[in-house]
Design a protein around this ligand. Structure first.
Ligand SMILES: NC(=O)c1ccc[n+]([C@@H]2O[C@H](COP(=O)([O-])OP(=O)(O)OC[C@H]3O[C@@H](n4cnc5c(N)ncnc54)[C@H](O)[C@@H]3O)[C@@H](O)[C@H]2O)c1
Ligand SMILES: O=P(O)(O)OC[C@@H](O)[C@@H](O)[C@H](O)[C@H](O)CO
Length: 481
């Protein structure tokens, strides 16, 4: 017997049309952008900005089946720190196309003049850029296949650039490409990746994209864990809804977006989005404080025996590590952030991480570390080193990843390392008993850092402590300095 109600969309499906094509319909998009569009539609706005989701990877077949099975609608449940929950049915996803089923349908959808935005949450690794140089990885086998085998496009690069080619040929103005991934300068990164891919395919098209397609930057924020079967059961029991793939998230929401949409955009600001001229200070703040904070709790937490983010972020020694990293190493690298008190911001991060109802797992935070540490933490390290400032806690966080990547916890139990570079990082970690810098000597991840004396010294000391004395003892020593 349901005890709570789900708020329903107030608009009719027949009134909506597609204005946005979105790649990477996972948890986050459905807790963030799709909710914003739904909110606008509830206000009678943006009805022509409905979303057509696109899945590219084989695993997306499950999302296709779940969403199409319920007319694109799904339940978003926000979990408050006092244990209360609010549920809302989101109706802004009008359609879903699974690219491997019919790539041309995806390209044609994006070629429709009514589509003015193509948005992306394809993960940090989805942009296929070299971690050190930031250049597009031309040699990637999927990219090579999309460039040369003459078959229909299958990567996001092939699909988007083919749609832009058709629009150009047909005299339709280009859509804006809006990246909502956790990458510093995500718009610029996307611009370089798509233009480079297009140039390799057709020099003139690449130049046209670089010149004519807008790629606004954005900062996006809402902790959205992986949906579990317990969530499905809770939604059935408490709200009386059978949902094949609901999404759960924390109540906090932030989206800061650069106002660069030549083809038009929804009135995002009417739904709580901060539309600004310069997103960079917000991006630096969020990635270097929140996301690195997550990596700070992830490995130390896992090695200390915790499973969930809220457990690790209530450990006083881990809290101390985060506070000192934020104060002494991250904050000196930030630009002033309009309207934000950084003391309040970092304290609010601890409160958000500690929300026990969100049940965010350390496993989610540890996954794909080779796409996260180089993009979020190493830029802090490099800025600090260039300014002659300390990297003590940053080095300890990198070392905790190296220890974690050994794939065995402090009780001898296996750790499942989920990373597209799993074999590389685990092989390097396996050698660090003989060579304490072995993990750091991976130039594709760390560039020159193994030969940076101040950094390598701090890192080696932290890794030795982790291997010899364990995570808690290492944290205790760090806290006593
Ligand atoms: N979950 C969060 O708390 C959160 C918060 C802010 C931002 N984000 C951003 O959103 C991204 C996705 O997070 P999520 O929680 O939705 O993850 P998810 O695993 O639920 O969804 C990821 C989606 O990206 C797609 N994808 C992955 N690699 C791809 C590739 N190479 N090409 C095309 N599609 C690809 C997947 O198929 C899937 O649809 C994150 O990597 C991050 O950049 C997430
Ligand atoms: O999803 P990722 O890979 O970008 O990173 C893991 C988490 O740090 C991230 O998802 C945060 O929960 C999110 O960035 C909060 O807004």
């Amino acid at each position: 017997m349901a005890t709570s109600t789900v708020s329903q969309p107030s608009y009719e499906r027949s009134d909506m049309s597609v204005g946005i094509v979105h790649f990477g319909v996972g948890g986050f998009h459905r807790a963030h952008q799709a909710m914003v569009i739904d909110g606008l539609m509830n206000q009678g706005e943006a009805l022509d900005w409905g979303i057509c989701g696109v899945g590219v990877l084989p695993a997306d077949r499950a999302m296709r089946d779940a969403l199409l099975g319920q007319d694109g609608r799904y339940t978003l449940v926000l979990k408050h720190p006092d244990g209360t929950r609010e549920a809302r049915s989101i109706g802004s996803i009008v359609d879903y196309l699974f690219a491997p089923d019919d790539p041309d349908a995806v390209v044609e959808r994006m070629s429709d003049p009514a589509v003015r935005i193509v948005s992306l949450t394809i993960t940090e690794g989805g942009y296929n850029t070299d971690q050190v140089t930031g250049l597009f990885d031309d040699a990637n086998p999927d990219v090579q296949a999309d460039l040369h085998d003459g078959a229909a496009p299958r990567t996001v690069f092939g699909l988007v650039t083919e749609a832009l080619r058709r629009r150009r040929e047909r005299g339709i103005e280009p859509f804006t490409v809006m990246s909502c991934d956790n990458i510093q300068g995500n718009g610029g990164v996307a611009s370089r990746a798509f233009s480079r891919f297009a140039r390799l395919k057709d020099e003139e098209l690449g130049a046209w994209i670089a010149e004519n397609v807008a790629f606004p930057n954005s900062m996006v924020d809402r902790i959205t864990p992986v949906t579990t079967d317990d969530d499905r059961r809770m939604i059935a029991d408490e709200f009386g809804v059978q949902d094949a793939w609901p999404v759960v998230a924390e109540p906090f929401f932030q989206w800061v977006l650069e106002d660069r949409f030549p083809g038009g955009r929804p009135p995002f600001e009417h739904a709580g989005v901060q539309v600004v001229a310069d997103v960079e200070p917000y991006e630096l703040m969020k990635l270097r404080l929140l996301n690195v904070g997550h990596q700070g709790i992830a490995y130390f937490g896992r090695l200390s025996g915790y499973t969930y983010a809220h457990e690790a972020s209530r450990d006083p020694l881990i809290v101390d590590l985060l506070r000192r990293y934020w104060r002494d190493e991250a904050r000196p690298t930030l630009r002033p952030v309009p309207g934000v008190d950084l003391d309040e911001y970092t304290e609010s991060l601890l409160e958000r991480f500690s929300n026990e109802y969100v049940l965010d797992t350390l496993a989610r935070l540890c996954a794909e570390s080779s796409d996260r540490i180089p993009k979020w933490l190493l830029p802090v390290v490099r800025d600090q080193l260039a300014a002659g400032r300390g990297v003590h806690r940053s080095a300890a966080i990198v070392a905790s990843w190296a220890r974690y990547a050994e794939g065995i916890d402090e009780h001898g139990r296996p750790i499942e390392v989920v990373d597209r570079l799993r074999d590389v990082v685990m092989a390097n970690a396996a050698r660090q008993g003989d060579d304490v810098l072995a993990f750091l000597r991976e130039p594709t991840l760390f560039g020159e850092l193994a030969s940076d004396e101040p950094f390598a010294t701090e890192y080696a000391a932290a890794l030795r402590a982790l291997r010899d004395a364990g995570a808690q003892a290492t944290l205790r020593a760090l806290a006593s300095e």
